[in-house]
Design a protein around this ligand. Structure first.
Ligand code: ACM
Length: 687
């Protein structure tokens, strides 16, 4: 029973209907690469994949390359259906320079910042050659090659190309928050597979927060016992995650946030708190007052032991101490802490936090680590070799660079905020609108997408990360000039399918969740509705009378809905083209689509009868139907060249205004194009 995601299928069908894309160009276009390489020349030849396809490796790679090369063969077999099992696995003995795929590597790659990740791929008719100074570059080259896979009537092939490639930025990360909602190891592993496919190279694990401490400590077992709900990684799990990431050329950077966001730590060790009260794990999400007491020497003894243990567990040279969102209230309300600040001439709680950071610094330094933190740690008095991660705005980012600090941009890459891929894509760490000196630019390490997990569970997290993170990966890898959003979306839809083939569940979770929500197998009406809605953006989902907590059900229509769905995007584009140049083909497909939406409501109400949980989406479905009816009326007037009067226009605009209201913490994404049709019918073609 093979049920492919029919929403994407519908979207692709619509693309086909609209004549914008032929089935073969979906697969055979040469430029489906994401991220786009630095340099690509086409050769006009083909490398057809032979049954005896083999890989040889020459030079001195890290052994990880043999495993990755074997994985390449397995993935190629799975993508093509060709039995490529002749070679077995790729071993050191496979060093025949005439093998169909020859990989030449000079030296083992090291998992460290600024390691050489460049590579070249040359696809000739008889042989493919990947050349890279390190195996990390060669791994990127294999991912590029897999993305090049094309088809024609005769079968699968790699198109003849010559690619020279390397990253624009050295730090291309994804933050995965496993503290607010715990993510099992298998979720992390598939996330790492997706990251490798789009050449991201840093997994930033946010490992503790007010809701839980997620790593086993052998020094302080109270942490996992009292501060984790039983949901934590054993040290063996962590080693396995690091091994798996390293196998794909990805570094793992841990974040242990201090001094605030420490309710979990204080649940296990209340004596380290700034205010004496009963501490229990936080269930809600937000910014809370509990904070370590920086005037208590026991805090530093504790952090010395804990961070030393964690510094050994996580081999990366960078160690993130968070540092964000300290309200300072628990410090100000404690007379002893106030007196401490006064005695040392500290003007505010930021000064106290900087003094605290200065005590943490030598703990990390003696463990060979470079300190990094959110932009709150950018205060006078810390050495220039710490790294600032900017989240609140660009000012802190540029100010860090200008002050001589190295910095990572996360502001604009908050994928938990449900913003469109195009928004993240155009968020450049060094846009041409900002004047930065070459030294300042050289201090930009890169960027990180941030997957904060307030509103996601292991079931839905993939759909918030993918495919949009591939667009961020391109921003951080490809030349700055690559910024055509239409072309990005064209490639994103293709990459999304490839990510799915890696086991990512950003599409495949939907049919399951729909059946559960519908309480049955007939999910068609729900599917039609879900294909045109998005969850509320920014932090609006968790406002008003809804207060989500760690144990809330994240199985609602707002969880099923995904950011930046393809169908509204395709529909918007089609309407714009139609209004510029009305033609019968576009008119037919827009009308057919509007009819589906108009008629869907009656079917949706059938579904709701067996699903009380879907009651909250009735207004959305009704609005979609009314909106589509208004759109159909507009199409008819446009067709008949009949100009609508002001009264009609006002009535229809009342419908579009009503359709902008949220329902089930979601909003319709097709209001704007239908409003354009309505205005055009009234003679206003101003777009
Ligand atoms: C953050 O989002 N509080 C770093």
């Amino acid at each position: 029973m093979k049920k492919r995601c029919s929403i994407i299928r519908n979207a692709l069908l619509i693309l086909l209907l609209l004549g914008r894309l032929s089935a073969s160009s979906q697969i055979s276009s040469l430029h489906n690469l994401m991220p786009v390489p630095r340099e690509l020349k086409t050769e006009g030849t083909h490398f057809g994949i032979p049954q005896n396809f083999r890989i040889s490796v020459t030079g001195s790679p890290d052994p990880r390359l043999y495993t990755e090369a074997s994985r390449f063969i397995r993935r190629l077999g799975e993508r093509t259906g060709i039995f490529l099992d002749k070679q077995g696995w790729v071993s050191r003995q496979d060093n025949d320079p005439s093998a169909p795929l020859l990989i030449k590597v000079t030296r083992p790659g090291r998992l460290k910042l600024y390691e050489d990740e460049t590579y070249s791929v040359d696809v000739k008719e008889q042989q493919i050659i990947i050349v890279a100074p390190t195996d990390l570059g060669a791994i990127h080259g294999m991912e590029t090659l897999l993305q090049l896979l094309s088809t024609d009537e005769e079968g699968y092939y790699f198109p003849g190309v010559s690619i020279k490639d390397g990253p624009r930025f050295a730090w291309r990360g994804l933050l995965l928050d496993v503290a607010l909602h715990f993510m099992p190891v298998e979720v992390i592993k598939r996330t790492l597979d997706g990251m490798a496919a789009v050449k991201l190279n840093v997994l930033h694990l946010h490992l503790c927060n007010d809701q839980g401490f997620r790593v086993e400590s052998k020094v302080f077992p109270q942490l996992q016992l009292r501060a984790s709900d039983g949901l934590y990684y054993s040290q063996e799990d962590i080693r396995e995650i690091i091994r798996y990431a390293g196998q794909r050329g990805i570094r793992v950077v841990p974040e242990f946030v201090v001094p605030a966001h420490t309710t979990a730590i204080l649940t296990a060790f209340p004596e380290l708190a700034s205010v004496k009260r009963k501490y229990t794990l936080q269930r809600l999400f937000g910014v809370f007052d509990p904070v370590l007491d920086p005037t208590n020497e026991k805090v530093y003894v504790f952090l010395d032991k804990l961070f030393t243990e964690m510094a050994h567990l996580f081999p990366d040279a960078y160690f993130h101490i968070g540092g964000d969102e300290n309200t300072g209230k628990d410090w100000e309300s404690n007379p002893k802490i106030r007196a401490y600040m006064k005695a040392r001439g500290m003007k505010n709680t930021m000064d106290l936090q900087t003094a605290f950071n200065k005590r943490i610094l030598p703990i990390l330094q003696k463990n060979g680590k470079t300190m990094m933190g959110w932009d709150e740690i950018l205060q006078p008095g810390l050495p220039k070799n710490i790294v600032i991660e900017s989240w609140r705005g660009k000012e802190a980012f540029y100010s860090s660079l200008k002050k001589g600090y190295r910095a990572i941009l996360s502001n604009g890459y908050y994928i938990d905020l449900i913003q469109p891929a195009s928004f993240h894509y155009l968020n450049d760490p060094a846009p041409d609108s900002v004047t930065l000196s070459p030294e300042e630019i050289s201090r930009i390490l890169g960027g990180e997408a941030t997957m904060w997990s307030e509103m996601v569970t292991p079931e839905t997290v993939d759909s918030r990360i993918w495919p949009r993170t591939a667009a961020i990966a391109e921003r951080l890898w490809s030349p700055r000039e690559i910024k055509d959003t239409d072309d990005m979306y064209r490639r994103l839809d293709i990459i999304s399918l490839q990510l799915e083939a890696l086991g990512l569940r950003h599409e495949s979770f939907k049919p399951e969740m729909m059946r559960r929500l519908a309480n049955g197998y007939d999910t068609k009406a729900l599917e039609v509705l879900v294909s045109v809605i998005e969850p509320l953006k920014i932090y609006e989902r968790n406002q008003g009378d809804t207060m989500y907590s760690v144990f809330s059900p994240f199985t609602k229509i707002a969880d099923l809905a995904t950011p930046d769905p393809p169908l509204p995007r395709i529909f918007r584009r089609e309407v714009d083209l139609f209004l510029k140049d009305p033609g019968p083909g576009a008119e037919k497909s827009i009308t057919e689509q509007l009819l589906i939406w108009k008629d869907n409501h009656a079917h949706f109400m059938e579904t709701v009868r067996s699903s009380p949980e879907l009651q909250e989406a009735v207004s959305l479905s009704e609005n979609l139907s009314r909106l589509a009816a208004a759109g159909l009326a507009a199409m008819e007037m446009i067709h008949n060249k009949k100009k609508a009067n002001g009264e009609w226009l006002a009535e229809q605009l009342a419908i579009t205004a009503g359709a902008s209201e949220q329902g089930g913490r979601c909003e319709l994404q097709v209001v704007n194009p239908i409003e354009k049709l309505i205005k055009a019918a009234a003679g206003d073609n101003g777009q």
